[in-house]
Ligand binder design. Sequence first.
Ligand code: HEC
Ligand code: HEC
Ligand code: HEC
Ligand code: HEC
Length: 374
Amino acid sequence: MLFRQPVLPSRTLAAARLKAEGIIRAHRQMGCTAAGIAPLDLAGGLDLLLSKKGLPWISLNLVDDKGKHLFPARILTQAGDLRVSILGLTGPVRKTNVRQNGYRVLDWQATLPPALEEARQEADMIILLSSYPFRVNQEIARREKGITLILQAGILAGNMAPRVIDGTLICQTGSRGKYLGVLDLDRQDPSSCRNRFIALKTTLPLDRQVEAIVRQTMRQVNELHRRQLADQRRQRKEQQQARQRLKMLTGSAICSGCHQRQAAFWRRTRHATAWQTLAVRQRQFDRDCQSCHVTLPAGTLTRAEIRTLPLNFPLELRGVGCEACHGPGRKHAADPAGNHLRRPVASTCTRCHRDDHDTAFSFADKLPLVRCPP
Ligand code: HEC
Ligand code: HEC
Ligand code: HEC
Ligand code: HEC
């Protein structure tokens, strides 16, 4: 039963979940009898643990919003002629490291005694898998009778020597599956126990099937990160293209210098103040609103590119300016005779005057209201 779990920083929840799934599959392959649920096991969300292909998870105090158990409280197993009941107790969940969705962790004081009562009736020996710290487990050992062994989890406790408290043995598990813990135990006399941790050295032969699971998991994580990198590169490219296209625009102030009659007319239309319309409503930095209330090079930007535009949109392009209707005019402004601008057609307007923002827009009816004078 060998499993060397690689210790890698998991940068994203997606990668961490892939690894968690791999670890669960590997433990199933190794024939795990019971797995107590510790707070960090919940970090990926409940669905990860509730999956049919999961581990034999147990918890006597993890319940759903209605107070119903989400997992069995205990598992009954046979060791020689001994009937052994294994109970799971989930330690306190800190809100900071866990997405607490759809479950609650109840106090042990209320939930442990009845679960123990049932376990005592069906088994000769009781083992409690607890992710509470030693201080609490010690109190449990003092108050509750009949627990032979408390196996305590939690990486912070380190490698604690076994302790016998009022006839109950408290042992600490190792972390990250890098050691095999062996415990020789006399049920009648827990204080005579012997325990040791066997390091799973890199020179030990690997279990082929578990190795295959680990390899596959690591490949999946690598593939995930490769895709994330490609996405980042694509986004950067879109951003550069979008900014490049914005540079084809010069802004309404420059146009106004040569076309004063048209500019004076435009300033009286609501197009000129479309940015203020958003600003007074505190929506000017909302991406969902910007695209139609600013001046963009019509038709040339994809939705994805628009999403990459700076939220702090260039001042001279705020509002529906000249170039929203006449097209990019930097070249025209530099050489008007050599670069003619377009006169708007219906599709120029309906890019923004869509049904969901302007019901019953009619080009023929509305054009006279915004057409610049000769
Ligand atoms: C870039 C997007 C966009 C384009 C292109 C556009 N509009 Fe508009 N239009 C708006 C927005 C936004 C408003 C509302 C502005 C506000 O009230 O702040 C508006 C308002 C109007 C109004 C009300 C004007 C007023 O002063 O009462 C008319 C009429 C109108 N548009 C017609 C047109 C026509 C015709 C075209 C095409 C020639 C056109 N628009 C092109 C976005 C656009
Ligand atoms: C698809 C283009 C488009 C988008 C996106 C858009 N608008 Fe507009 N908006 C328009 C047009 C066109 C008008 C002019 C409608 C008219 O004249 O009846 C307008 C007008 C307005 C008006 C003035 C209308 C009125 O009833 O006084 C407000 C306020 C407004 N938009 C807010 C927003 C907000 C907030 C968002 C983001 C949630 C947004 N817009 C996103 C196209 C758009
Ligand atoms: C809402 C769309 C829209 C906006 C914004 C707009 N225009 Fe126009 N403009 C038009 C339309 C429509 C015409 C008339 C085109 C035609 O006659 O076919 C026009 C015509 C013109 C003409 C030619 C006038 C002529 O007939 O000789 C000039 C110059 C002009 N606009 C400049 C500007 C300037 C400068 C701005 C910004 C200050 C501006 N436009 C903003 C729609 C717009
Ligand atoms: C340096 C002065 C100058 C600037 C700046 C300028 N224009 Fe013009 N514009 C002209 C002249 C001159 C014409 C007439 C060109 C012709 O008939 O050959 C013209 C013509 C136009 C026309 C009529 C269609 C056409 O191209 O002939 C529109 C529309 C127009 N300008 C819009 C704009 C817009 C929008 C801007 C800002 C992006 C702008 N202009 C900036 C000088 C200017």
